[in-house]
Write a new protein. Structure first.
Lengths: 110, 110
DNA sequence: TTGACATATATGTCAACAACATATATGTTA
DNA sequence: TAACATATATGTTGTTGACATATATGTCAA
C-alpha cells in the first residue's frame, strides 16, 4: 500500500526540463532526487521521453560533445511548457483534495 | 491530463466507514461529496468492497430493516482501521512531495 | 589487456487499475 | 403500469508502472 500520483514522473520530467535541457540518464538521477525516491525506472522514462517527443512536448537531438558516449539531449517545447502549467494547476487541486481528506481524518483523531 | 491519486477511492472508503457503517450506494454519494467529484463508479466500488472483505478490511451483512430494498451494510474491522492509518501516513508523504514539487515550480515562476 | 563496472539508451512482458458498458432486482410515484 | 430511483453486480478494455532483458560504449584497476 503506497499512495502515488498517477503519471507523476511526467510533470517531474517537465519541471526538470523547464530548468534546463538534459538527457534521459541524467534526468533519472535528478528525478530520483526531486521525488525523493531510490531511483526511477530507466526503461519507462526513455519510453515516456520518446512518447512526449511524438506529441510535440519535447524535442531531442544526439549530443556528442560531452565526454562519455552519445547522449540524446531533450528540451521542452512551448507546448511542453504549457503542459507543465496544466499539470501544476491539476496537482494543486489534487493536493487540496488530499489536504481536505487529511483534515477530515485528523478531526476525528485528535 | 488529470492528476490523480492512484486507488484514492480506497482510503476515501475507509475514512467514510470509520465515521460509521454504510452500504455501497450510499457510500458512493458520500464519496462523491468527500472527493468533490460528479460521482464515483458504482461497479468498481462494489468490486472494491467485496475485495476488501476478502482481505478482512471490512465486514458486511444484509440489512433489511431500513425502507427500500435490501442493502449490504459494511463496517470497518480493526485491520481496516490500521489500513486507514497507513493510508493517511502515506498520503501525508505524497502531499508533502507534491507541495515540494509545487514550491520548486513556483520559485522559478514568481 | 581484460575484466569489472558505470554510463546511456532501448524493448518486452505482465498485472493492476480505472473508465465505461451492461445486467438484474426491487422499491416508489405519477 | 410505466417510468424512475435505489441497490448490487459482472464484463471488457486501454493505460500505467514494475520488472526483466538487451545492447553499446566509456573508464579504471589488476
Amino acid at each position: 500500500m503506497q499512495a502515488r500520483i498517477e503519471r507523476y514522473v511526467e510533470p517531474a520530467l517537465l519541471l526538470l526540463l523547464s530548468e534546463g535541457a538534459s538527457h534521459g540518464y541524467e534526468l533519472a538521477d535528478q528525478m530520483a532526487n526531486l521525488l525523493d525516491v531510490e531511483r526511477v525506472d530507466y526503461g519507462n522514462l526513455y519510453r515516456l521521453l520518446r512518447s512526449l517527443e511524438g506529441e510535440g512536448i519535447v524535442e531531442s537531438e544526439w549530443n556528442d560533445e560531452l565526454p562519455g558516449r552519445s547522449k540524446r539531449t531533450y528540451e521542452l517545447t512551448d507546448q511542453g511548457r504549457q503542459l507543465l502549467d496544466a499539470w501544476v494547476t491539476s496537482l494543486r487541486a489534487a493536493n487540496e483534495s488530499v489536504s481536505a481528506f487529511l483534515q477530515r481524518y485528523d478531526e476525528r483523531n485528535t
